[in-house]
Design a binder for this molecule. Structure first.
Ligand SMILES: [Zn+2]
Length: 106
């Protein structure tokens, strides 16, 4: 596989493999690391839905607003989790050129 930037092929390797080869205190180790997972706080939308249940059972229509906020919160977390997962999977596919240094998909 040739690097699309410099055309070099002997210096191209998988980014994950390159990252593992770096020493723990290497500055590049942090810069080229795999993106973090999104830490979803699922208790927030769940808690809002439970609270909405109590409010609605008390006959207060404010519970509907809390349901909407809870569902919106859950949808946002679901999308953020999916985006983070996609970024992590893309990182595993990336190749790295030690010559220029470019990151690119095969
Ligand atoms: Zn290159």
């Amino acid at each position: 596989m040739n690097c699309p930037t410099c055309g070099e092929s002997s210096q191209v390797l998988r980014l994950e493999e390159f990252w593992r080869s770096l020493s723990q205190d290497a500055e590049l180790k942090r810069d080229v690391r795999q993106p973090d997972e999104y830490a979803a706080r699922r208790l927030i939308p769940l808690g809002l839905l439970v609270l909405a249940g109590f409010v609605l059972s008390a006959g207060d229509m404010l519970g509907l607003l809390i349901v909407v906020v809870g569902l919106g919160c859950g949808a946002f977390m679901w999308r953020a989790t999916a985006a983070a997962q996609e970024a992590r999977e893309r990182w595993k596919r990336l190749l790295y050129c030690r010559s220029c240094p470019a990151q690119f998909e095969p």
